[in-house]
Design a protein around this ligand. Structure first.
Ligand code: ITT
Length: 205
């Protein structure tokens, strides 16, 4: 039997790489929205990760419907971010937009490290959060969420991952998230754990 299709509504290649690694082995072809010819800009006007994930997935599902393509596909979207407790949860849902979307992460990360200078260990708690929305061909929608807990590091380290990975220290691993090999990060990350929940949903369809 032919594989079914999952379209992932993301323009972030770092996310897309992780999603493919984690969902590898499922009987689904996984396409980015660009590969499906369904690229679109979505205003992330929601106030939560969940709301924004649903907005992104629905926008692409609606576009597919209008074009009359991929009508049997499951459309998914990830809305995620880095929450720093001492900064009142910033950058949070604004993680991609923090200091401007085109600003390099070396600069965004440096800014957070500066804002956290002198803050004691017990107040450096932070986490990555991911909400993943799945829109099914019948129009129904499910959202899952998970977190990846850590501390704001004292310096940026590591060449793996993307975004804020270099500045989150992961106590259980004794290194920063940016120093974790992809397969190690995927086992414990917000996105890895949320996608395991998605796998369960798919297995029970
Ligand atoms: P799409 O909306 O196209 O998926 P985006 O990058 O704009 O891409 P979000 O609005 O969900 O996505 O913002 C997520 C941001 O949070 C991302 O750009 C990173 O800055 C940060 N982030 C999320 N997951 C991360 C991870 O695993 N490691 C490092 N940073 C992460």
């Amino acid at each position: 039997m032919d594989n079914k299709t999952i379209i992932f509504a993301t323009g972030n290649m770092g996310k897309m790489r992780e999603i493919r690694q984690i969902l590898d082995g499922l009987p689904y072809d996984i396409l980015s929205m660009k590969e499906a010819g369904l690229e679109t800009d979505v205003d992330e006007t929601g106030e939560t990760f969940e709301e924004n994930a649903i907005l992104k997935a629905r926008a692409i599902a609606d576009k597919a419907k209008k074009k009359g393509i991929y009508c049997d596909a499951i459309v998914m979207a990830d809305d995620s971010g880095f929450e720093v407790d001492h900064l009142g949860g910033r950058p949070g849902i604004y993680s991609a937009r923090f200091m401007g979307t085109d600003t390099p992460y070396s600069i965004k990360n440096q800014k957070i490290l500066e804002e956290m200078e002198g803050v004691p260990e017990e107040e450096r708690t932070a986490r990555f959060v991911a909400a993943i929305a799945c829109v099914f061909p019948d129009g129904s929608c499910k959202v899952v969420r998970d977190t990846f807990e850590g501390l704001v590091a004292h310096e940026a380290k590591g060449i793996y991952g993307f975004g804020y990975d270099p500045i989150m220290y992961v106590p259980e691993k004794g290194c920063n998230s940016g120093e974790l090999l992809p397969e190690e990060k995927n086992k414990i990350s917000h996105r890895g754990k949320a996608l395991m929940k998605v796998k369960e949903l798919l297995e029970n369809l």
